[in-house]
Design a protein around this ligand. Sequence first.
Ligand code: ASE
Length: 433
Amino acid sequence: MWTPGSQKALAGFTGKGNKKRNKEYIVCIAHYISVMFTACELGVFDLLLESGKPLSSDAIAACLGASTMGMERLLDACVGLKLLAAEMTLEGALYRNTEISNIYLTKSSPKSQYHIMMYYSNTVYLCWQYLADAVREGRNQYERAFGISPKDPFGAMYRSDEEMLKFMAGQNSVWSICGRDVLAAFDLSPFTQIYDLGGGGGALARECVSLYPNSTVTIYDLPKVVQVAKEQFVSPEERMVKLVLGDFFNDSIPEAELYILSKILHDWDDDKCKQLLAKVYKACKPGGGVLLVESLLNEDKSGPVETQLYSMNMLVQTEGKERTAAEYSKLLEAAGFGVIRVRRTGKLYDAVLGRKYRHVLQIWETRKKSTTAPQETIHKRNVQCVCFSLYQSLILTVCLTKAILNLYLNSCKIKLIPVLSSLTCIFIPEVLI
Ligand code: ASE
């Protein structure tokens, strides 16, 4: 659930070492998480990294201002969980980090997951204590955990600057392990003007400009988020990363070629997602697109287990859920996006790309009673629609059977898609022309 590294450690915990105890380890799994969080919070892994040599439990306890007795027990439990290694000397045990802890559990490592763990430990888990209530009621648990109204989940999550900062730092740490994969899932180099809606601390935006050096990425987020991003995360030297204030539900969304919605839709129910995507579609340049970055469930929801657990997290903390690729495709299509492609990265987060057609041609069928077929070029939903006159479409359908018409359109790389029973649309995806 936490990191690829800790999963391996968990496998060590539940697997080989416990052969004799069979499956009884299941009753101890909850303790695993607490031990890991506590060792992180007390700074055990940071101290062992900085010291550069193995340390005794006494030395560690003294440096971290903890009791010797408590620290020794914590360190031994970490050894059991393969988060630390111990070597026996004449003076007693000396402890050092394992590779997994050095990479993921120390604050200073480039792939550090420290901040997301601290966010889980100090905030998310307070909501998880009411998981049974969340399941019974089908809603988040801010009221019980923090005495805050659950109506506005981000109002609750950003209830103080400190909480908001912890959330932003936590989100940023995820991109250090998955950012490149989700951005490289599709070739995004044709898009140079990119908006990262709800881009927060900017780690994904930074990853994006480094992978696509011709692009500028604008982080669009709530004013207080942008202010903290400016102060703490994005330096003015990073000229390809820009910041714009706005609330994507209530303010207008500026025009761009590509919108990134990373871990946004999973925060909201289907109605809110449709509302947001419709706004994004309207703002999007014809030929542009939207990149959804989400953890995808299998179509039958049988896994992956990480995503199933994330969905529980969405239940206790937000109004959303994790979805399947088909569910995201449906939301995108409802907003008008087409040519939807899905890429699984094999990591925690995946990518779905939808495009806004450059042109839409409509032909009115004559068989069914179409009353007033538009006579000339009109503009509809920001997309240029060229509508044939009733007379022209009559000739088309009389002279050409649908099969021949299809053949002709295929040769021009135009796709014929029936939209309504009384109406036939021809879409020319931008990628085909
Ligand atoms: C959100 C992401 C998170 C909203 C609440 C959250 C995370 C923890 N709490 O958009 C980060 C990791 N993601 C998940 C799904 O657990």
